[in-house]
Design a protein around this ligand. Structure first.
Ligand code: WQD
Length: 334
């Protein structure tokens, strides 16, 4: 599979994906509507890789534009990141999430079937809902507790229906746990608009003095220190999992589903303390009320990906907090 289309390619995960695809010798294209990202990211990718990646500013849901693209050249596989991803925003604007996330996925499915491309879909551990057991395996029951999670779940179910009707369609569903960190260059990273929803960008902005203090959402969970436990995974490990999935799709496996996590649970306060210790900075915080919709603990059993994709996470917390802080410092220097 030499030509890969990345949708959402100027986003946090997309930009790291573009960088690694070029490094691995893939012919790479990028589609993004720039709703939540900047085209400057492509300059950074070019600085890292030395290559200018063909970029189409478009909505992945735009069937006419996508059909023109797919008919103009062979696309062996699509890695579909494009979509809104903020849990809180999805509760306030559910229709925007359903329209955007579902439409773009349906268009990608139609294009892949019409032109014989494989698909890698960016799913999330959020489809496991409130864990019935831990660590989470791919066999855990599926449910969703917010509109964002429901878009992921409904797209997964749609993919399974399409796969049943088209056994020759090759698709990988990858369920991410909590992506953090940044490329070692510090040139690309998580760059949320406005007040960050996710923990790591908030920690970085607090350490940088942009935010006054981190609000820790509850310390009365049934966890070792009472704060939420998550499976944080370095973004470069997550991206390596996509390369492994692409290679697996070349064996024509039909529909495959894998967790991309480390298998290691880390609490919010553990992450904060490690961030301070490794980077020699302070992260002032205050314990506040729980955030609605949060689960106490969520971490992966990554053994299926190890067994079937030959993939497992390599980087630990020190790399995650160091690379996140490097990115924060670089992005302030620009
Ligand atoms: C992690 C922990 C919070 C912010 C969500 C989506 C998932 C994926 C990642 C998109 C929790 C605590 C956070 C803060 C805090 N989606 N926290 N103060 O909710 O596990 O996962 O984002 O990429 O699909 O569900 O990630 O980083 O928001 O929270 O205390 O200011 O940090 O309570 O325990 P989450 P998160």
């Amino acid at each position: 599979m030499s030509t890969i289309l990345v949708t959402g390619g100027t986003g946090y995960l997309g930009s790291h994906m573009l960088t690694e695809l070029v490094r691995q010798g893939y012919d790479t294209l990028c589609v993004d509507n720039l709703h939540n990202s900047s085209p400057a990211v492509l300059d950074a990718v070019r600085t890292i890789t030395g290559k200018a990646i063909p970029f189409i500013k478009a909505d992945a849901a735009d069937t006419a534009v996508m059909d023109k693209l797919f008919s103009s050249r062979r696309i062996d596989a699509v890695i579909h990141f494009a979509g809104h991803k903020a849990v809180g925003e999805s509760v306030a604007h559910p229709l925007m999430y359903y329209r955007n996330n579902y439409d773009s996925a349906l268009t990608m499915l139609e294009m892949c079937l019409k032109y014989g491309s494989a698909l890698v879909f960016s799913s999330s551990a959020t489809v496991y809902g409130v864990p019935h057991f831990l660590p989470l395996t791919e066999e855990h029951p599926l449910s969703a507790v917010n509109p964002y999670g429901r878009t992921k779940l409904y797209i997964e179910e749609t993919i399974r229906d399409v796969s049943a009707a088209h056994p020759d369609f090759n698709v990988s569903i990858l369920r991410y746990f909590n992506p953090v960190g940044a490329h070692e260059s510090g040139l690309i990273g998580e760059n949320p608009n406005g007040i960050p929803n996710n923990l790591m960008p908030f920690v970085c902005q607090t350490a940088a003095g942009i935010r006054k203090e981190l609000h820790v959402f509850g310390n009365d969970y049934d966890t070792p220190d009472g704060t939420g436990v998550r499976d944080f995974i370095h973004v470069t490990d997550l991206i390596a999992g996509h390369i492994a999935a692409l290679k697996k799709l070349e064996t024509r496996p039909g529909c495959i589903i894998h967790n991309l996590g480390t298998g290691q649970g880390t609490s919010v306060l553990e992450m904060v303390r490690r961030f301070e210790e490794i980077n020699g900075v302070r992260v002032p915080y205050r314990i506040v009320e729980r955030r609605p919709g949060d689960v106490a603990s969520c971490y992966a059993d990554p053994s299926k990906a190890r067994r079937e994709l030959g993939w497992e996470a390599q980087k630990g917390l020190d790399d995650m907090v160091r690379d996140s802080w490097l990115w924060q410092q670089h992005s302030m220097a620009r």
